[in-house]
Design a protein around this ligand. Sequence first.
Ligand code: AMP
Length: 618
Amino acid sequence: MAVMAEVVSTTRAALRSPASQPPPAAVVKDADAEKLQFIEEMTSDVDAVQERVLGEILARNADTEYLSKYGLTSASDRATFRAKVPMATYEDLQPYIRRIADGDRSPILSGHPVSEFLTSSGTSAGERKLMPTIEDELNRRQLLYSLQMPVMNMYVPGMDKGKALHFLFVKSETKTPGGLAARPVLTSYYKSNHFKNRPFDANNNYTSPTGAILCVDAFQSMYAQMVCGLCQRQDVLRVGAVFASGLLRAIRFLQLNWEQLADDIEAGSLTPRVTDPSVREAVAGILRPDPELAELVRSECSKGDWAGIITRIWPNAKYLDVIVTGAMAQYIPTLKYYSGGLPMACTMYASSECYFGLNLRPMCDPSEVSYTLMPNMCYFEFLPMDAAASGDGDASQLVDLARVEVGREYELVITTYAGLNRYRVGDVLQVTGFHNTAPQFRFVRRKNVLLSIESDKTDEAELQRAVERASALLRPHGAAVVEYTSQAYTKRIPGHYVIYWELLTKGPASGTGANAAVDKETLDRCCLEMEEAMNTVYRQSRVADGSIGPLEIRVVRPGTFEELMDYAISRGASINQYKVPRCVTFPPIIELLDSRVVSTHFSPALPHWTPGQRSHSD
Ligand code: AMP
């Protein structure tokens, strides 16, 4: 008991911060105390934990083909590892990964058998990156998950007295030529026995039945989860999804489907649009005729006023459980609008490569979120951003977790149990402080991402290629794109890409006729052609998930981009160094562009997308 009391008081003291509410004097339950103690142990001497983790990784992986190539053996220590192993990008590892995917079972990257591939939302040559993983990685992920609510309970007591309306989804999976599953990390987790056969956990008691979560059809799964969330509205203490974009999709779904949902609740029977028998069975255990609730849904949703809808429907929700850091920050104002200003808790920082860490002050303002990387998850190193940005960063410049400096920005580099060695994740982090000896990091940005609506990440080269491909359709009309820029438009849900085009045409230049020589159908087709050129994550979001809307081209009148340059120069840009920004976020610039629009065009159809990897001849 003495240890527990000490853990609780030291953790409380350490977690207390002016930016967040002081933890209440709630009684910390034994199970929570054990988890909090684990966090304290892991963060009290991060270097010792990191030394142990690297030792374990090398003991199992040093004899792999990859590390042997660099002269490592199972007797290798940290100094040898540092001296001999280079940093690697996904492209460096791709030949090894392809062999594993094709069925080579020899120890190529990992000493433990690769159990499956996790498909990242990061892409390489337009395709999702395939991250090899091993069986025991699931335990590490599970462990990190289990730390979230004990931390949250320090700040918001009583979360175990109700339920979480958390929209959780699985996506379609494929098999590699060698027979291994390839699927997103959350799909892998929800389909695992860890999740399916989890014992009752009052901290993570979801309103969504497992049968609804495991349905791969996005409409049926969402419908079932929404109806169950409505039926249990008084029990719901938090509302969430993994990312902000997911929660906004759920709100949009409610806007589009509330009438049917209310009818189902009134009748106590599920619409025939949900056909999956296991979803129907799962919902049958929850849905009962409830005319009063149906009436409430109708009266709240028919007003046409959606401000505060989350708290109007789920009055006991204490916070939104949703990531709003990084690319998701663009959704904060919209979420505030729909939730009536509920706090937003960003609890975890994770990736397909590895789960990284936790926010130990989950109720802080989104602008102040810092993640504490848990040193037991993998071996962390950091490339100072000045070296990373100049392009000549090499492994000798890597800094250990215990040696990062407050205020500096670094690119994250990891060595995992599953066999990634000194792998550049592509995330830029800034050190904001420490929890015990563990540094805490603000997520600054993902490198090279120009446009993102949800998990899609489009870089400058991809946008350039898409514009080139679409502008080929203009050639027969004697027209060309002279300049372009873009914007991730998220004022409506789903958001969509807007591409501003300035055209050079041979046609007569009438008042607004900048594109007089190009007919509307051709410009509409250009939108679709751009979408066809986007990476698979973008196209999947368009086709399978409906989470990105049709791409829009806004044609601006001739001279607009010159005005844009004049504007930038008037604000201090150097005329010699000025480059057209390929993405714009600054409201006055967007206003300028929008005021020069002569025509707008939307993609008239869905681009092609099929699950699995596209052959390179496509
Ligand atoms: P994926 O490879 O699809 O699993 O995506 C992982 C990436 O998502 C990370 O490398 C980050 O760029 C981003 N990400 C994950 N968690 C967070 C977070 N809490 N805040 C901001 N970005 C995140």
